[in-house]
Structure formats: structure tokens, C-alpha cells
Ligand binder design. Structure first.
Ligand code: FES
Length: 67
């Protein structure tokens, strides 16, 4: 029996998925990643959605600014 796919959901960022993945979007389009670990965007702010581009970090910094 194969090991289960590991998905690590982070507190304020992406879901880290181990192994090659194919993400299917609501419109039926598919995005494939052959990386050892793929960061799947959960915040929907990534310009490379559904792959995380760290845009979730910029949002956090802006919210933490008083100015
Ligand atoms: S989770 Fe990183 S850009 Fe959305």
C-alpha cells in the first residue's frame, strides 16, 4: 500500500503538498506541479494562483501597519 499524500496546512499561508500534484480549479482548468513540495495558495491572493507566490505575507504586513 502506498504512503498517503501528506498535506501540511500552515497557520496563515499555503497548504504544503508533498509530491507531484495536479490542482483542478472550479472552472475545470488544471495546474500541474512536479516539485517535491508544492505550496498551494489558500488565500487566493497569489498572482500565480493556485500556486502560492508569498503574497499572503504582504497582506499580513499591511494589516500590521498603523499608517
Ligand atoms: S497562500 Fe501564499 S499567496 Fe496565497
Amino acid at each position: 500500500m502506498a504512503d498517503p499524500t501528506r498535506i501540511v496546512v500552515t497557520d496563515d499561508g499555503p497548504a504544503l503538498v508533498t509530491g507531484p500534484v495536479e490542482v483542478e480549479l472550479p472552472d475545470g482548468s488544471r495546474v500541474r506541479s512536479d516539485r517535491a513540495v508544492t505550496a498551494v495558495c489558500l488565500c487566493r491572493r497569489s498572482r500565480r494562483y493556485p500556486i502560492c507566490d508569498a503574497s499572503h505575507r504582504r497582506k499580513a504586513r499591511q494589516e500590521g501597519t498603523d499608517a
